[in-house]
Design a binder for this molecule. Structure first.
Ligand code: F6P
Length: 323
């Protein structure tokens, strides 16, 4: 079977459309017949599967989100619905399936692989949380970081006109990567993430000294994973003695037109996924490490815990410990 499908699952990221464009163009170049599966695993169950060509991906490379939409499918947890999904893939004689998503999506992909025959699967890490073990980079992260950078730069403009604290919550369900990189690259005064233990008492000493030395405002970047942005804001008011405002950046972090880096990464991830199929790979995930791509077995990726790069963590640990 040379029919090949692609779907997006879980939170969308900027760069998915660039991936879809490359998918169609490279599939056709390699004599595959490309299919889009709309609405993620939900669409696989509902047979929302359509053969596509060049015209379906014209003009989408610059758009965030995903043209084929995404979903978080509850039904897919049940075997009965997965059986339906496999029947739909077989009905379209799709022998290759690419899944863009996070580790939950890859676990779903693995189940499909175990329960089907004659279909090869490949995962492409795509989540702004950048929390997939085995890969340094997930599609969409660079765009999200740039959206956050712009937001924090804008907040700094207003912050510098007031004596206040600004507590900015970044996304990351369980992982502080976005908060850490954003705090470092925006020159924030405080960075709180689950991976680094912190003592508010130490921050308090530093901030009081800085106020005496003339500091007027504070930018604190706090990971969604800690769930304590409001509490930190109150702490600023009570313990530091400055007014405070909370900004939850929320879903703007998932949107925006993809950066050049994410467009290129989308092309690379998809190219490696299809090349992997041509080599005979099955149930792998395309990972990016130390400047190169390689296909890893799903067990090395979806069932392990992601750890933030130790050098970034070292920089993050300097927060709250200034002399
Ligand atoms: O896609 C990852 C993510 O954006 C997390 O950072 C966040 O916790 C979650 O998804 C939000 O999910 P939803 O869009 O379903 O509310």
């Amino acid at each position: 079977m040379r029919n090949i499908g692609i779907l997006c699952s879980g939170g969308d990221v900027s760069g998915m459309n660039a991936a879809l464009k490359r998918f169609v163009e490279y599939s056709l170049a390699k004599d595959f017949v490309p299919y889009f599966i709309y609405n993620g695993f939900e669409g696989l169950i509902d047979n929302d599967i359509h053969r596509v060509g060049y015209h379906d991906v014209a003009g989408i490379i610059s758009r965030g989100g995903t043209k084929i939409r995404s979903s978080r499918s509850e039904r897919f947890m049940e075997e009965e619905y997965r059986r339906q999904a496999i029947e739909n893939l077989n009905a379209h004689t799709i022998g290759y399936l690419i899944v863009l998503g996070g580790d939950g999506s890859f676990k779903g992909m693995q189940k499909l692989s175990q329960e089907s025959e004659g279909i090869s699967f490949c995962g492409i890490p795509a989540t702004i949380d950048n929390d997939i073990a085995g890969t340094e980079y997930c599609l969409g992260v660079d765009t999200a970081l740039n959206v956050i950078k712009d937001a924090i730069d804008a907040i700094r403009d207003t912050a510098s006109s007031f004596n206040r604290a600004f507590v900015i919550e970044t996304m990351g369900r369980h992982c502080g990567y976005l908060a850490l990189v954003s705090a470092l690259t925006s020159g924030a005064e405080m960075c709180l993430i689950p991976e680094i233990p912190y003592k508010l008492e130490e921050y308090k000493n530093i901030f009081h000294r800085q106020i005496q030395e003339g500091r007027g405002y504070f930018i604190a970047v706090v990971s969604e994973a800690l769930g304590n942005a409001q509490q930190i804001s109150k702490w600023f008011e009570k313990e530091i003695g400055v007014g405070s405002r909370v900004t939850v950046l929320g879903h703007i972090q998932r949107g925006g037109n993809p950066t050049v880096y994410d467009r290129l990464m989308a092309f690379d991830f998809v190219t490696h996924a299809i090349d992997g199929f041509l080599r005979g790979d099955d149930c792998s995930v395309i990972c990016y490490n130390k400047g190169g791509f390689n296909a890893k077995k799903i067990e090395e990726v979806a069932f392990k815990t992601y750890e933030i790069n130790p050098f970034l963590l070292r920089l993050g640990r300097e927060y709250g410990h200034q002399k």
